[in-house]
Design a protein around this ligand. Structure first.
Ligand code: ATP
Ligand code: MG
Length: 603
């Protein structure tokens, strides 16, 4: 845990929201230099000839968020979404939502739907001023194919018949140059014929590959004749069985950007070494007359890493498919769907993305920053309610039997305009087990019984009366089953003279009669270590066995009517949400989003 990878909680959190970042500086400079002023836009993706027939592009810049529909979006994707959609919003641009669905086997409609849902939930839209920018890369397959033929004709691409293993050998290593394939000098006619045969299903999967002819000696491995097309007989979720050759990501992605007239193609740092190929490809396709300047430019920033969680689709997939969690929307997962079910808010996530900044420096962000952002927003918007999570019966022996009365609790202490709500009070209440100690520890100011000539302790039942403890009852095993107390009838909160009672403890309670016994899920971090797997070698061994606890809690009655996704602060406990998936009408289940304070201690 050294070498600059520590969580930067304090440093990051203390910093004001960054007004700018290096990408914004680039956009500022581009706009100041009128770099995009002459751009045309056909109203949809296309060749330069299509765009030339369109209008001047109203969008000052175009960015894109290009998820591959092979999993659910996670908090790392939210970084990219906030960055790309945020730039478009702030600079009078457009952000395209493009499904990068060029790899047939792994992609599914379920993921497409979930991704659309998550982007909307985060507060972003690909529709603006009547222009919809929702695209599928697979819609560009014909263009990609056409460009490939044109590159072959110009001698910039060839069909290689080496096996995958031979190709690896010929590629060389970081320290060793590559060498030319014996098929590298096939004639244009032969390459064209072979490529068409590949398309027409005349060759077996893997038998041939179309490669760019660049430089097998290049110090940059990505320029050693990268593969452009491979043969793969697989059903595609949109193009069906039309194609049996599919473009590789590094070939497809720049073309997608160019057809969509993307100005700033922002990706994570691991693509930095791909940039020369990105430029090589687009320049050659431009020179062939399909594209026009200014071509899209790629910019890299460091990906978001969060402690105590994994942010890789491969791992998330394993956690879901091997049932370590209860599905993609399990509230413990860092998926957007999971965060939503957990009770996190889009505002809190956006705040976190703003606070964690955009840079080229690799860093880890403490999970606590995300939680702090959530607390900050939820504190502002969540109405207060009372809930007893670990219930113990309290009997007020001098309260008239069968009677009850109304107490009034503010809905939000900092927002009196939200008013108060009525909570019933009677002689039988639920309190938290930890608010009573038979033999009080030093400094314990809540309920404890009389001892010798020392009287039982007094506390205020929040928004209710002051009571004095008189004793407790136990079962045969010695467990405390009931606490008894007497109340002071002239101490009711809000009534004249009630504040003459000075007590150190103030505890919450729920009237036993009519209390709503609800299922409440208490979530904790999914992993016990900040960098899962780093020391143990296997991230699965660092799973927190106590990351989910299900309890039955007693909630104030009004919570029975909570609607799915309504969020509350349960006083003294944290922020909770009525579960959006398995709540029944009139019987919501609650998930804890986050505690009131950072209570995490690594085990
Ligand atoms: P994973 O590594 O989890 O499989 P991915 O990058 O393969 O993610 P894509 O669907 O290709 O997933 O990602 C869509 C966009 O989201 C890409 O532009 C990618 O750079 C960005 N992105 C993914 N993970 C992060 C992250 N942790 N931080 C910032 N951006 C991310
Ligand atoms: Mg990817």
């Amino acid at each position: 845990m050294s070498n600059g990878h520590e969580p930067k909680k304090n440093a990051v959190y203390a910093a004001p929201a960054p007004a700018t970042n290096f990408i914004r500086n680039i956009v500022d400079a581009d706009l100041a230099g009128n770099k995009f002023a002459a751009r045309m836009w056909a109203g949809k993706p296309g060749l330069s000839s299509d765009h030339a027939k369109g209008q001047h592009d109203q969008a000052k810049i175009r960015t894109r968020f290009p998820p591959e529909p092979n999993g659910y979006l996670h908090i790392g994707h939210a970084k990219s979404i906030c960055l790309n959609f945020g730039l478009a919003r702030d600079y009078g641009g457009r952000c395209h939502l493009r499904f990068d669905d060029t790899n047939p086997a792994k992609e599914e409609q379920e993921f497409v739907d979930a991704i659309l849902d998550s982007v909307h939930w985060l507060g972003f839209d690909y529709e603006k001023n009547g222009e919809s920018n929702l695209y599928f890369a697979s819609d560009y397959f014909d263009w990609m194919y056409e460009f490939a033929e044109s590159l072959i004709e110009k001698g910039y691409a060839y069909v290689d018949s080496l096996s995958a293993e031979e190709m690896r050998e010929y590629r060389g290593t970081l320290t060793e140059k590559g060498k030319d394939s014996p098929f590298r000098n096939r004639s244009v006619a032969e390459n064209l014929a072979l490529f068409r045969e590949m398309r027409d299903s005349k060759h077996a999967d893997g038998a041939n590959v179309l490669r760019a002819r660049i430089d097998m000696q290049s110090p940059n491995i990505n320029l050693r004749d990268p593969a452009m097309y491979r043969i793969k007989r697989a059903h595609h979720h949109r193009t069906g069985d039309k194609w049996c050759i599919y473009p590789l990501y590094s070939y497809a992605h720049p073309i997608e950007d160019a057809l969509e007239q993307i100005t700033h193609s922002i990706c994570t740092l691991e693509f930095e070494d791909q940039r020369p190929y990105y430029d090589w490809l687009l320049e050659h396709i431009r020179d062939a007359g399909f594209l026009a300047d200014p071509l899209p430019r790629q910019y890299e920033f460091s990906r978001l890493n969060l402690t105590y969680i994994v942010l890789s689709k491969r791992y998330l997939n394993q956690l879901v498919s091997e049932k370590y969690v209860d599905g993609w929307d399990d509230p413990r997962l860092p998926t957007i769907a999971g965060a939503r079910r957990r009770g996190y808010t889009p505002e809190g996530i956006r705040l976190m993305m703003e606070r964690s900044g955009v840079s080229k420096a690799d860093s880890w962000i403490d999970y606590g920053l995300l939680e702090d952002c959530m607390r900050e927003h939820l504190n502002d918007v969540a109405p207060r309610r009372t809930a007893v999570l670990d219930p113990l019966k309290l009997i007020i022996t001098n309260y008239p039997e069968g009677q009850s009365e109304a107490c009034f609790a503010p809905n939000h202490p900092q927002k009196p305009e939200l008013g108060k709500r009525e909570v019933p009070f009677s002689g039988e209440l639920w309190i938290e087990r930890e608010d009573f100690q038979e033999t009080p520890q030093k400094g314990f100011f809540r309920l404890y019984p009389p001892m010798g000539d020392q009287p039982g302790n007094k506390v205020r039942l929040r928004y209710g009366f002051v009571i004095q403890c008189t004793g407790c009852e136990k079962d045969a095993a010695g467990n405390i089953t009931k606490v008894t107390a007497e109340y002071f009838s002239d101490s009711k909160s809000g009534t004249p003279g009630s504040d003459t009672y000075k007590v150190k403890g103030n505890i919450h309670w729920v009237c036993a009669k009519g209390a709503y016994a609800a299922q409440v899920r208490l979530y904790d971090r999914l992993f016990t270590t900040p960098y899962p797997g780093r020391e143990s070698g296997n991230y699965l061994t660092d799973l927190n066995p106590d990351s989910k606890r299900t309890i039955t809690a007693y909630l104030e009655r009004s919570l029975k009517d909570a609607k799915p996704e309504e969020r509350f602060q349960f006083e003294r406990h944290g922020y909770f949400v009525a579960d959006r998936v398995d709540s029944l009408p009139g019987a919501p289940k609650f998930n804890r989003a986050v505690t009131l304070k950072d209570s995490w201690t690594a085990k």
